[in-house]
Design a protein around this ligand. Structure first.
Ligand code: URA
Length: 220
């Protein structure tokens, strides 16, 4: 898979840079190429993610947080990265942000958490709850892209700027872009505020309420 190959190449280039190289003629994939195709079932993909050591986050994680929910969901939520609670539970959005996300799903969309699929851009917890670095995000991205390919959701809600940025390539501020509808290859991408932002800025809940009402009408 091209993304995974690029991620491995990027990882090797960063390693060489750390060792002091500014230029290299080394062709990382000149010799026998490893099998870089990701599995075509979610179970096997999850197993592969659980054994992943492609970036530094694997050194400090307690658990890989792959994602959970309806594996044929029409609606998928993508957050940024697991926090401390998720790192310990192994499930996405199980802390305070998760509690709010669950309320949003149940009270506004009138769905249950098990009706939708919930995952993150990055599957392992960044240290000190930092935002994932571009290398970490790009290294992990093939897992998310494969989850999307296998689940085939109709709508993906990007929770916050990081998820939206890596799914769209657009780094517009979330305040400007939230609630907008983007037709992607095979699904509709809708960015909204991250629940953690709402916990810090409760007045923004009314905008998310509007976004969710619109999502509900698109699902009908
Ligand atoms: N924040 C996220 O982005 N994802 C989680 O799973 C939890 C908190």
């Amino acid at each position: 898979m091209k993304n995974l190959k690029n991620a491995l190449l990027l990882k090797q280039l960063y390693l060489l840079k750390q060792l002091g190289y500014n230029y290299t003629s080394v062709n990382a994939f000149k010799e026998e190429e490893p099998d870089l195709t990701l599995p075509n079932t979610l179970e096997k993909l999850q197993k592969q993610a659980h054994e992943c050591h492609l970036c530094d986050l694997s050194k400090s994680r307690t658990q890989v947080v792959f994602g959970e929910g309806n594996t044929s969901a029409t609606l998928m939520f993508v957050g940024e990265a697991p926090g401390a609670t998720e790192d310990s539970s192994g499930k996405p959005f199980t802390g305070n942000s998760g509690e709010l996300l669950t309320k949003m799903i149940e009270n506004v969309l009138e769905l249950s958490r098990s009706d939708v699929y919930i995952t993150n851009m990055v599957k392992c917890r960044p240290r000190d709850n930092a935002a994932p670095t571009p290398v970490e995000a790009h290294t992990c991205q093939p897992y998310l892209l494969k989850q999307i390919e296998l689940i085939e959701p109709k709508i993906i809600v990007a929770l916050g700027a990081t998820a939206y940025h890596y799914l769209s390539g657009d780094d517009s501020p979330i305040a400007k872009i939230r609630g907008t509808v983007h037709e992607k290859n095979g699904y509709t991408l809708i960015p909204t505020y991250h629940p953690a932002y709402l916990l810090r800025n409760p007045s923004a809940k009314k905008e998310v309420f509007e976004d969710l009402k619109m999502i509900k009408s698109l699902l009908a």
